[in-house]
Design a binder for this molecule. Structure first.
Ligand code: SF4
Length: 349
Protein backbone atom coordinates (compact mmCIF):
# COMPACT_ATOMS: atom_id res chain seq x y z
CA UNK A 1 0.00 0.00 0.00
CA UNK A 2 1.42 3.38 -0.95
CA UNK A 3 1.90 5.76 1.97
CA UNK A 4 0.89 9.28 0.89
CA UNK A 5 2.78 11.18 3.60
CA UNK A 6 5.56 13.42 2.29
CA UNK A 7 4.36 13.21 -1.32
CA UNK A 8 4.55 16.64 -2.96
CA UNK A 9 1.28 18.42 -3.73
CA UNK A 10 2.14 18.25 -7.42
CA UNK A 11 2.69 14.47 -7.37
CA UNK A 12 -0.40 13.87 -5.24
CA UNK A 13 -2.51 15.96 -7.62
CA UNK A 14 -1.22 13.94 -10.59
CA UNK A 15 -1.85 10.65 -8.76
CA UNK A 16 -5.42 11.51 -7.76
CA UNK A 17 -6.36 13.09 -11.10
CA UNK A 18 -5.23 9.88 -12.83
CA UNK A 19 -8.01 8.24 -10.79
CA UNK A 20 -10.56 10.67 -12.13
CA UNK A 21 -10.65 12.93 -9.07
CA UNK A 22 -10.81 16.73 -9.32
CA UNK A 23 -7.59 18.69 -9.07
CA UNK A 24 -8.68 20.10 -5.69
CA UNK A 25 -8.81 16.65 -4.07
CA UNK A 26 -5.06 16.69 -3.30
CA UNK A 27 -5.34 20.08 -1.54
CA UNK A 28 -8.26 18.71 0.46
CA UNK A 29 -6.17 15.75 1.61
CA UNK A 30 -3.20 18.03 2.38
CA UNK A 31 -5.44 20.13 4.59
CA UNK A 32 -6.67 17.11 6.58
CA UNK A 33 -3.19 15.67 7.01
CA UNK A 34 -0.98 18.69 7.58
CA UNK A 35 -3.33 21.30 8.99
CA UNK A 36 -5.73 19.13 10.98
CA UNK A 37 -3.36 16.21 11.80
CA UNK A 38 -5.98 13.69 10.66
CA UNK A 39 -4.52 10.40 9.43
CA UNK A 40 -7.75 8.40 9.17
CA UNK A 41 -9.37 8.57 5.73
CA UNK A 42 -12.77 7.78 7.31
CA UNK A 43 -12.63 11.04 9.28
CA UNK A 44 -12.21 13.17 6.14
CA UNK A 45 -15.84 14.23 6.03
CA UNK A 46 -15.73 16.36 2.87
CA UNK A 47 -14.33 13.48 0.78
CA UNK A 48 -17.01 11.31 -0.86
CA UNK A 49 -17.66 7.96 0.79
CA UNK A 50 -16.83 6.14 -2.44
CA UNK A 51 -13.44 7.81 -2.73
CA UNK A 52 -12.69 7.25 0.96
CA UNK A 53 -13.11 3.53 0.24
CA UNK A 54 -10.59 3.80 -2.62
CA UNK A 55 -8.16 5.62 -0.34
CA UNK A 56 -8.56 3.04 2.42
CA UNK A 57 -8.02 0.12 0.08
CA UNK A 58 -5.06 1.46 -1.83
CA UNK A 59 -3.25 4.05 0.27
CA UNK A 60 -2.09 4.58 3.81
CA UNK A 61 -1.10 7.43 6.12
CA UNK A 62 0.70 5.22 8.62
CA UNK A 63 3.06 6.91 11.07
CA UNK A 64 6.13 5.24 12.57
CA UNK A 65 5.71 4.01 16.15
CA UNK A 66 7.81 5.15 19.09
CA UNK A 67 10.19 2.33 20.10
CA UNK A 68 12.21 4.32 22.66
CA UNK A 69 11.91 7.88 23.92
CA UNK A 70 14.49 9.88 25.86
CA UNK A 71 13.83 13.36 27.23
CA UNK A 72 16.71 15.49 28.44
CA UNK A 73 16.55 18.04 31.25
CA UNK A 74 17.20 20.73 28.63
CA UNK A 75 14.03 19.73 26.70
CA UNK A 76 15.77 17.72 23.95
CA UNK A 77 13.65 14.76 22.87
CA UNK A 78 15.29 11.77 21.22
CA UNK A 79 13.10 9.14 19.62
CA UNK A 80 13.96 5.76 18.22
CA UNK A 81 11.16 5.17 15.73
CA UNK A 82 10.12 1.86 14.25
CA UNK A 83 9.01 1.78 10.64
CA UNK A 84 6.42 -0.62 9.22
CA UNK A 85 9.09 -3.17 8.19
CA UNK A 86 10.72 -3.07 11.64
CA UNK A 87 13.61 -0.74 10.63
CA UNK A 88 14.55 1.67 13.40
CA UNK A 89 15.79 5.23 13.01
CA UNK A 90 16.60 8.13 15.31
CA UNK A 91 14.95 11.54 15.32
CA UNK A 92 15.88 14.39 17.63
CA UNK A 93 14.05 17.52 18.69
CA UNK A 94 16.20 20.46 19.79
CA UNK A 95 14.44 23.34 21.54
CA UNK A 96 16.20 26.54 20.47
CA UNK A 97 15.16 29.99 21.68
CA UNK A 98 13.97 30.75 18.14
CA UNK A 99 11.91 27.56 17.66
CA UNK A 100 11.81 23.77 17.64
CA UNK A 101 14.33 22.15 15.29
CA UNK A 102 14.04 18.51 14.31
CA UNK A 103 17.01 16.49 13.13
CA UNK A 104 15.69 13.98 10.61
CA UNK A 105 17.36 10.73 9.52
CA UNK A 106 17.34 10.02 5.78
CA UNK A 107 18.53 6.40 5.73
CA UNK A 108 18.47 3.26 7.85
CA UNK A 109 22.15 3.04 8.83
CA UNK A 110 24.84 4.82 6.83
CA UNK A 111 27.56 3.53 4.51
CA UNK A 112 29.71 6.64 4.65
CA UNK A 113 31.53 5.20 7.67
CA UNK A 114 32.88 8.46 9.10
CA UNK A 115 35.39 7.34 11.72
CA UNK A 116 33.94 9.39 14.59
CA UNK A 117 30.23 8.69 14.03
CA UNK A 118 27.98 6.25 15.90
CA UNK A 119 25.50 6.19 12.98
CA UNK A 120 28.22 4.82 10.73
CA UNK A 121 28.65 1.80 13.03
CA UNK A 122 25.83 0.12 11.09
CA UNK A 123 25.96 0.18 7.32
CA UNK A 124 23.08 1.44 5.23
CA UNK A 125 20.23 -1.04 4.92
CA UNK A 126 18.04 1.18 2.75
CA UNK A 127 16.99 4.78 2.14
CA UNK A 128 13.92 6.08 3.94
CA UNK A 129 10.82 6.93 1.94
CA UNK A 130 9.43 10.46 1.93
CA UNK A 131 6.60 9.09 4.10
CA UNK A 132 9.05 7.78 6.70
CA UNK A 133 10.85 11.12 6.88
CA UNK A 134 7.57 13.03 7.13
CA UNK A 135 6.49 10.46 9.75
CA UNK A 136 9.46 11.48 11.93
CA UNK A 137 8.28 15.07 11.83
CA UNK A 138 4.59 14.33 12.40
CA UNK A 139 5.32 12.11 15.42
CA UNK A 140 7.43 14.92 16.90
CA UNK A 141 4.67 17.43 16.10
CA UNK A 142 2.19 15.27 18.02
CA UNK A 143 4.47 15.40 21.08
CA UNK A 144 4.82 19.18 20.74
CA UNK A 145 1.10 19.70 20.20
CA UNK A 146 0.51 18.72 23.82
CA UNK A 147 2.15 22.02 24.79
CA UNK A 148 0.72 24.04 21.92
CA UNK A 149 3.91 24.03 19.86
CA UNK A 150 5.12 22.53 16.60
CA UNK A 151 8.29 21.86 14.65
CA UNK A 152 9.53 25.12 13.09
CA UNK A 153 12.93 24.10 11.67
CA UNK A 154 14.19 20.99 9.88
CA UNK A 155 17.76 19.78 9.56
CA UNK A 156 18.35 16.63 7.55
CA UNK A 157 21.44 15.79 9.56
CA UNK A 158 20.54 12.55 11.32
CA UNK A 159 21.63 9.09 10.22
CA UNK A 160 22.33 8.74 6.50
CA UNK A 161 23.62 10.78 3.59
CA UNK A 162 20.66 12.81 2.22
CA UNK A 163 22.05 13.12 -1.32
CA UNK A 164 22.31 9.33 -1.45
CA UNK A 165 18.49 9.38 -1.19
CA UNK A 166 17.99 12.62 -3.11
CA UNK A 167 14.49 12.34 -4.58
CA UNK A 168 12.81 11.14 -1.39
CA UNK A 169 14.52 13.82 0.72
CA UNK A 170 13.49 16.58 -1.67
CA UNK A 171 9.90 15.32 -1.87
CA UNK A 172 9.64 15.33 1.94
CA UNK A 173 11.12 18.83 2.22
CA UNK A 174 8.94 20.32 -0.53
CA UNK A 175 5.89 18.88 1.21
CA UNK A 176 6.97 20.31 4.57
CA UNK A 177 7.63 23.68 2.93
CA UNK A 178 4.38 23.84 0.92
CA UNK A 179 1.95 26.55 2.11
CA UNK A 180 -0.76 23.86 1.84
CA UNK A 181 1.45 21.41 3.78
CA UNK A 182 3.26 22.27 7.01
CA UNK A 183 4.36 25.67 5.68
CA UNK A 184 7.81 25.46 7.28
CA UNK A 185 9.82 28.36 5.83
CA UNK A 186 12.46 27.47 3.23
CA UNK A 187 15.12 29.30 5.21
CA UNK A 188 14.27 27.11 8.19
CA UNK A 189 15.19 23.97 6.24
CA UNK A 190 18.75 22.65 5.99
CA UNK A 191 20.20 19.64 4.22
CA UNK A 192 23.59 18.45 5.45
CA UNK A 193 25.84 16.36 3.21
CA UNK A 194 29.18 14.69 3.84
CA UNK A 195 30.17 16.04 0.43
CA UNK A 196 28.77 14.40 -2.70
CA UNK A 197 29.63 16.89 -5.50
CA UNK A 198 26.92 15.74 -7.91
CA UNK A 199 24.21 16.16 -5.26
CA UNK A 200 25.55 19.57 -4.23
CA UNK A 201 25.41 20.90 -7.79
CA UNK A 202 21.96 19.42 -8.43
CA UNK A 203 20.62 20.90 -5.18
CA UNK A 204 21.89 24.33 -6.24
CA UNK A 205 19.87 24.12 -9.45
CA UNK A 206 16.55 23.34 -7.74
CA UNK A 207 15.62 27.01 -7.43
CA UNK A 208 14.82 26.51 -3.76
CA UNK A 209 15.72 28.69 -0.82
CA UNK A 210 16.63 25.76 1.45
CA UNK A 211 20.02 25.88 3.20
CA UNK A 212 23.01 23.64 2.56
CA UNK A 213 25.50 22.46 5.18
CA UNK A 214 28.66 20.56 4.35
CA UNK A 215 30.13 18.19 6.93
CA UNK A 216 33.74 19.14 6.36
CA UNK A 217 35.36 18.16 9.68
CA UNK A 218 38.93 18.54 8.41
CA UNK A 219 40.95 21.36 6.89
CA UNK A 220 43.11 19.26 4.56
CA UNK A 221 42.85 16.28 2.25
CA UNK A 222 45.29 14.34 4.41
CA UNK A 223 43.23 14.63 7.62
CA UNK A 224 39.85 14.42 5.89
CA UNK A 225 40.51 11.13 4.20
CA UNK A 226 41.66 9.66 7.50
CA UNK A 227 38.37 10.41 9.26
CA UNK A 228 35.92 10.49 6.32
CA UNK A 229 36.32 7.70 3.74
CA UNK A 230 34.17 9.67 1.25
CA UNK A 231 37.13 12.06 0.86
CA UNK A 232 39.05 9.29 -0.91
CA UNK A 233 36.37 9.26 -3.60
CA UNK A 234 35.86 13.02 -3.78
CA UNK A 235 38.96 14.99 -2.88
CA UNK A 236 38.78 18.50 -1.45
CA UNK A 237 39.35 20.34 -4.80
CA UNK A 238 36.41 18.51 -6.42
CA UNK A 239 34.22 19.14 -3.38
CA UNK A 240 35.06 22.84 -3.21
CA UNK A 241 34.51 23.35 -6.93
CA UNK A 242 31.04 21.84 -6.52
CA UNK A 243 30.33 24.16 -3.57
CA UNK A 244 31.48 27.12 -5.63
CA UNK A 245 29.12 26.10 -8.43
CA UNK A 246 26.29 25.64 -5.90
CA UNK A 247 26.77 29.17 -4.57
CA UNK A 248 26.82 30.62 -8.07
CA UNK A 249 23.58 28.84 -9.03
CA UNK A 250 21.65 29.07 -5.77
CA UNK A 251 22.90 32.48 -4.66
CA UNK A 252 23.04 31.08 -1.12
CA UNK A 253 25.95 30.76 1.25
CA UNK A 254 26.87 27.39 2.75
CA UNK A 255 27.65 26.36 6.30
CA UNK A 256 30.64 24.16 7.02
CA UNK A 257 30.06 21.78 9.91
CA UNK A 258 33.28 21.02 11.74
CA UNK A 259 33.44 18.55 14.64
CA UNK A 260 36.46 19.30 16.80
CA UNK A 261 38.43 16.17 17.71
CA UNK A 262 41.26 16.57 20.23
CA UNK A 263 44.68 16.31 18.59
CA UNK A 264 43.21 15.47 15.17
CA UNK A 265 41.81 18.68 13.64
CA UNK A 266 41.71 21.27 16.44
CA UNK A 267 45.07 23.08 16.36
CA UNK A 268 45.50 26.74 15.46
CA UNK A 269 47.39 25.59 12.34
CA UNK A 270 44.26 23.62 11.38
CA UNK A 271 42.19 26.79 11.82
CA UNK A 272 44.62 28.67 9.55
CA UNK A 273 44.48 25.91 6.92
CA UNK A 274 40.68 25.96 7.04
CA UNK A 275 40.49 29.73 6.64
CA UNK A 276 42.94 29.60 3.71
CA UNK A 277 40.96 26.83 2.03
CA UNK A 278 37.70 28.79 2.23
CA UNK A 279 39.42 31.89 0.84
CA UNK A 280 41.28 30.02 -1.91
CA UNK A 281 38.01 28.79 -3.41
CA UNK A 282 36.25 32.09 -2.78
CA UNK A 283 33.48 30.42 -0.79
CA UNK A 284 30.97 32.57 1.10
CA UNK A 285 30.57 30.49 4.24
CA UNK A 286 29.81 30.20 7.89
CA UNK A 287 31.73 27.71 9.98
CA UNK A 288 29.76 25.92 12.67
CA UNK A 289 32.10 24.32 15.21
CA UNK A 290 30.66 21.26 16.92
CA UNK A 291 31.96 20.01 20.27
CA UNK A 292 32.27 16.21 19.89
CA UNK A 293 29.94 13.87 21.77
CA UNK A 294 32.24 10.96 22.59
CA UNK A 295 31.17 7.51 21.41
CA UNK A 296 32.31 4.51 23.45
CA UNK A 297 33.29 2.42 20.41
CA UNK A 298 35.38 5.22 18.91
CA UNK A 299 38.88 6.37 19.93
CA UNK A 300 38.27 10.10 19.49
CA UNK A 301 38.22 12.61 22.33
CA UNK A 302 36.42 15.87 22.62
CA UNK A 303 38.52 19.04 22.28
CA UNK A 304 38.81 21.14 25.42
CA UNK A 305 36.63 24.24 25.77
CA UNK A 306 39.81 26.33 25.62
CA UNK A 307 40.86 24.71 22.33
CA UNK A 308 37.36 25.19 20.87
CA UNK A 309 37.29 28.84 21.81
CA UNK A 310 40.83 29.45 20.50
CA UNK A 311 39.92 27.75 17.19
CA UNK A 312 36.80 29.91 16.84
CA UNK A 313 38.71 33.09 17.69
CA UNK A 314 41.39 32.27 15.15
CA UNK A 315 38.86 31.75 12.37
CA UNK A 316 37.04 34.96 13.21
CA UNK A 317 40.32 36.86 13.26
CA UNK A 318 40.84 35.59 9.73
CA UNK A 319 37.45 37.02 8.71
CA UNK A 320 35.48 33.74 8.74
CA UNK A 321 32.00 33.89 10.31
CA UNK A 322 32.10 31.27 13.03
CA UNK A 323 29.70 29.91 15.62
CA UNK A 324 30.03 27.19 18.24
CA UNK A 325 27.02 24.91 18.22
CA UNK A 326 24.84 24.92 21.31
CA UNK A 327 24.88 21.50 22.93
CA UNK A 328 21.75 19.50 23.60
CA UNK A 329 20.89 16.32 25.43
CA UNK A 330 24.09 15.90 27.46
CA UNK A 331 22.22 13.63 29.92
CA UNK A 332 20.80 11.30 27.22
CA UNK A 333 22.46 9.46 24.29
CA UNK A 334 23.38 12.73 22.63
CA UNK A 335 25.64 11.57 19.78
CA UNK A 336 23.96 10.94 16.44
CA UNK A 337 23.12 7.25 16.13
CA UNK A 338 24.14 6.38 19.71
CA UNK A 339 20.68 5.33 20.94
CA UNK A 340 20.02 3.17 17.87
CA UNK A 341 23.47 1.56 18.09
CA UNK A 342 22.95 0.76 21.79
CA UNK A 343 19.49 -0.74 21.28
CA UNK A 344 20.64 -2.82 18.30
CA UNK A 345 23.67 -4.12 20.17
CA UNK A 346 21.52 -5.07 23.17
CA UNK A 347 18.95 -6.82 21.03
CA UNK A 348 21.62 -8.79 19.19
CA UNK A 349 23.30 -9.94 22.39
S1 SF4 B 1 28.56 11.58 9.94
FE1 SF4 B 1 26.75 11.45 8.59
S2 SF4 B 1 27.62 10.69 6.66
FE2 SF4 B 1 29.15 10.23 8.22
S3 SF4 B 1 28.71 8.13 8.91
FE3 SF4 B 1 27.61 9.55 10.28
S4 SF4 B 1 25.55 9.73 9.41
FE4 SF4 B 1 26.89 8.89 7.81
Amino acid sequence: MKNLLGVTLEDLTTELMARGESKYRAKQLYSWIYQKSVYDFDAMSDVSKAFREVLKNEYSLALPSIYRKQVSKDGTVKLLLEMEDGAKVETVLMPYSYGNAICVSSEVGCSMACAFCASGLHRKERGLTQAEMMGQLLVMNAILQERGERVTHIVVMGTGEPFDNYDNVLSFLKCANSPFGLAIGARHITVSTCGLPEGIVRYGMEGLQFNLAISLHAPSQEVRQKIMPIARRYAIPELFEAIHEYEANAGRRVTFEYILLAGINDSLEDADTLANLIREYDIFAYVNLIPYNEVQEKPFKRSSSTAIKAFADRLMKKGINTTIRKEFGGDIDAACGQLRAKVMQKERS
